[in-house]
Design a protein around this ligand. Structure first.
Ligand SMILES: NC(=O)c1ccc[n+]([C@@H]2O[C@H](COP(=O)([O-])OP(=O)(O)OC[C@H]3O[C@@H](n4cnc5c(N)ncnc54)[C@H](O)[C@@H]3O)[C@@H](O)[C@H]2O)c1
Length: 466
């Protein structure tokens, strides 16, 4: 689906017209291309003063491994954390160029007045961030803080980050990462994803990184040797997921219903995957998936992407429309997971990824059935995450909640509603299926063992449900 307005405002005339009328001017978001560097520019690092340098050291180790150009203020509290891992830091006072990434370790902030450290670090460089740049604040989960002061201060970071996401424009994203004490070494996959162009349409999000097995990966092929199954893989978002997981090295079992057979075979053929024709609501769906997985030595990832809408106001909705949507979008996911757990189809350190929706977070007119199913998916993820933690096999479950994504589904929305959905976010544009797929690939990575129980919106920081 082409975004004609988005293309028009890229022209000289379009820009002028949009500026005069006060209309949004979406920029072309930078997206990841295989083989490119994780960070396409320089990084400015800073830390709030305090004795605990564990998170600064974790950030330093990631930056060191990426060989990025790193700037830091001469008097920064944790400058030593960078130099001690061998980074040749540059003095930020000497840099007049723009930064691609601003990373700030806020974990030592434990009182309201000390939040000023955010102002002190970000205010001078607020206009010094490149287009499609990244702002990342790192802290401790408020629910795990021991004092009232540190709880309120760490919780306060969320308001700061979400406001920056709305202010900076130009495709710049802002995120908050809460890292549990002792889980510092699990930060790498999340920080790399958020700094890279893979997270183009993810903004204003709070990610929690906790305990877990974060395995070493070859960053250019993190899924090499792995088998992933994607439901609804014949088109739209599912097709993009299958392509990205295959790009990252996985063998992908592409699943869809019989009427989609031709497209399913095309997608699987193009990515060197295999096919499984199946209705995920069938009573033997779990068994059929297990049979397909057994041929490849079990599953390392399953993506519950297949979904449907049957929109009607509640008063006009017939029973079938309710049943079908809840059955496909929610009950099938729970039923298949149960089968996979009971029959040990998932390998150790496997990844389960569900697809929720902004409707499940904000609700939507005409979507009581759909929003119920997609909110249920979030419940499924949080409850299963607890079970998986207790199982201790390194398996994780997370969800994406897409906002307005340019697909056949959104192309069918009436023009005025479609334009509103497209523009009412910090990027002033719709996302692409690949944006959802890249977020899923981050969850799917063996390096994301500390990421469990998250629901991350891929919505360009939509105003809905925020
Ligand atoms: N497009 C968006 O903007 C958007 C926003 C939020 C969430 N989502 C969610 O993303 C997912 C993919 O959406 P999409 O836009 O690509 O939709 P789509 O309709 O293009 O693709 C969905 C796929 O699921 C398959 N499917 C449906 N029922 C099935 C069943 N019973 N068994 C097996 N396969 C089945 C379909 O055949 C189709 O290939 C869905 O879960 C949807 O709810 C989409």
């Amino acid at each position: 689906m082409s975004d004609r307005y988005g293309t028009f405002v890229q022209s000289g005339l379009g820009k002028q017209v949009a500026k005069n009328l006060g209309l949004p001017i979406p920029v072309t978001l930078e997206r990841f291309e295989a083989g490119e560097k994780v960070v396409r520019g320089s990084v400015l690092f800073g830390a709030a003063p305090g004795d605990d340098a564990r998170l600064s050291t974790a950030v330093a180790e990631v930056l060191q491994a990426l060989h990025t150009e790193v700037f830091v203020a001469n008097d920064d509290a944790h400058k030593d954390a960078l130099t001690s891992v061998g980074i040749e830091v540059k003095n930020s006072g000497d840099n007049k160029d723009k930064y691609k990434v601003l990373v700030f370790d806020a974990s030592n902030i434990a009182h309201a007045p000390d939040l000023k450290a955010l102002y002190d670090f970000f205010h001078p460089v607020a206009r010094q961030v490149e287009q499609s740049g990244r702002v990342i604040v790192i802290g401790r989960p408020p629910e795990e803080c021991e004092t009232i002061g540190s709880t309120l201060a760490q919780r306060a970071l969320e308001g700061f980050v979400k406001s920056v996401g709305k202010e900076f424009k130009k495709g710049i994203t802002a995120q908050l990462v809460y890292v549990s004490e002792g889980a510092e070494s699990n930060l790498a996959s999340t920080l790399s994803f958020l700094m890279s162009a893979r997270s183009a349409y993810v903004s204003g999000q709070v990610v929690r990184v906790g305990a877990g097995n974060a395995l070493q990966v070859d960053w250019s092929k993190p899924l090499a040797g792995k088998t992933a199954l994607v439901t609804g893989a014949s088109r739209g978002i599912g097709e993009a997921i299958a392509r990205v997981l295959a790009r990252d090295g996985a063998h992908v079992i592409c699943l869809d219903i019989a009427p989609q057979q031709a497209d399913l075979q095309r997608v699987a053929g193009e990515i060197g995957g295999s096919t499984l024709t199946l209705d995920i609501t069938a009573a033997d769906a779990g068994e059929k998936i297990a049979e397909a997985a057994a041929k490849r030595g079990g599953l390392d990832a399953i993506v519950h992407n297949a979904g449907v809408t049957r929109d009607k106001t509640l008063a006009n909705m017939d029973e079938k429309q309710w049943d079908m949507v809840v059955d496909i979008n929610l009950q099938s996911n729970a039923m298949i997971n149960d089968y996979l757990f009971d029959h040990e189809v998932l390998n150790d350190n496997a990844r389960i990824i569900c697809v929720s929706s902004l409707s499940g977070i904000a609700g939507n007119l005409g979507q009581t059935n759909y929003a119920t199913s997609k909110a249920g998916v979030i419940g499924l993820v949080s409850a299963t995450a607890k079970k998986l933690k207790a199982d201790n096999k390194g398996i994780t479950i997370n969800a994406v909640a897409p906002g307005f994504i340019e697909t056949q589904m959104t192309a069918a929305i009436p023009f005025a509603i479609r334009e509103a959905g497209r523009r009412m976010n910090s990027m002033s544009q719709g996302g692409l299926p690949v944006d959802v797929a890249e977020t899923i690939a981050w969850f799917a990575s063996p390096a994301s063992g500390g990421v469990n129980g998250n629901t991350i919106r891929v919505c360009g920081q939509s105003l809905l449900g925020a």
